[in-house]
Design a protein around this ligand. Structure first.
Ligand SMILES: [Zn+2]
Length: 328
């Protein structure tokens, strides 16, 4: 079944071996940017562990495999932020923990997947810690995250960690052209904007409005960095729609400044693409130090919006701070 996963052969063959040699861990941490197939891998791993027909592979068509695909198999539990929420609450983690001592419904394992593990509040992470420290034999945890650093070190150290690398532009193009009907030109454009993530490229293809919006945000932010104070308010107004869009756009900005960070330090971009004109324009304005300070400010903003705050005011504060950093 792992052949369905594109571009992460090292990881999938490791996982396959662990099952074959009975060396499965009790806790895994899958990290890497969004849209690389971490959740898909977790699901395939669960099938390989639980499938009725093929041990260590997962057949894809028995009732267990099908139920796992439809997310209604009782021994595969998925915890993620609830609709409209940006964080995983302690109550959700407690509910999962309360089930751990119950024997699996069938088969030998219960797989507990936490999707967006960085969004667990610190209290939620701490309450999970005890279960990771004293695992019950039939429970396996898979924590999935796009922000490795946001996971408590005490949790990270108890998990077997697999880092998913961004794919190369040409590979992503090939995958998308094979699996969809989109025309080549559109696909190339979306793939360039997606930073090595096939999932993000697909998202942009089906949401070309979002792509246009983000280009506009970068243009406004550039104006702000050049000293146009009005942009603080125009940007805050554009971005403060609701918690979830605020969070998505923050992730986009963080990704953007990370890319600039790579370029400022003389590394190639993660997707091996060339810097585009927007990258070059920003690079002329920023130093490494300023760029790092901006990333830190964006992470602070990310922490703030987990709570019920006035989003517009927070975005304004965030942009005023960025403007100060730029002025030095
Ligand atoms: Zn099966």
């Amino acid at each position: 079944m792992f052949e369905k996963i594109q571009g992460h052969q090292t990881i999938t063959s490791h996982l396959e071996k662990e099952i074959r040699f009975n060396e499965v861990s009790h806790a895994y941490l899958f990290s890497g940017i969004d849209g690389l197939g971490k959740m898909k891998t977790a699901r395939e791993f669960a099938k390989a562990l639980l499938c009725q027909d093929q041990i260590d592979k997962g057949c894809g068509h028995c009732s267990v495999c099908i139920q796992i695909d439809h997310e209604n198999y009782p021994d595969v539990r998925i915890v993620a932020p609830k609709a409209g929420e940006t964080s995983i609450k302690i109550s959700q983690v407690r509910e999962m923990i309360s089930q751990l001592s119950v024997k699996p419904y069938s088969g030998n394992w219960r797989i507990n997947i936490i999707d967006g593990a960085e969004r667990m509040t610190p209290e939620a992470q701490n309450s999970l810690l005890k279960s990771l420290e004293e695992p019950l034999s039939y429970n396996i945890f898979i924590l999935i995250t796009s922000h490795y650093q946001a996971i408590l070190p005490t949790i990270r150290s108890r998990c077997q960690s697999y880092h998913f690398q961004p794919l190369r532009i040409l590979d992503i193009e090939k995958i998308i052209l094979k699996e969809t009907e989109f025309e080549q030109g559109l696909v190339s454009e979306a793939v360039m904007a997606a930073g090595g993530s096939p999932g993000m490229a697909l998202y942009l293809l089906s949401n070309s409005e979002i792509q246009k919006e983000r280009t506009a945000y970068l243009r406004e932010l550039y104006g702000l960095l050049k000293g146009n104070e009005i942009k603080v308010f125009t940007l805050a107004e554009l971005l403060a729609k609701d918690k979830v869009t605020s969070q998505e756009n923050l992730e986009f900005f963080i990704h953007w400044f990370y890319e600039l960070n790579l370029l400022l330090e003389g590394h190639p971009l993660a997707d091996h693409g060339e810097p585009n004109p927007a990258h070059r324009a920003y690079l002329q304005l920023l130093t490494n130090q300023k760029n790092q300070a901006i990333i830190k400010t964006l992470f602070e903003m990310m922490a703030t919006i987990q709570y019920n705050v006035n989003l517009r005011l927070q975005w304004e504060k965030c942009f005023i701070k960025i403007m100060k950093i730029q002025k030095g």
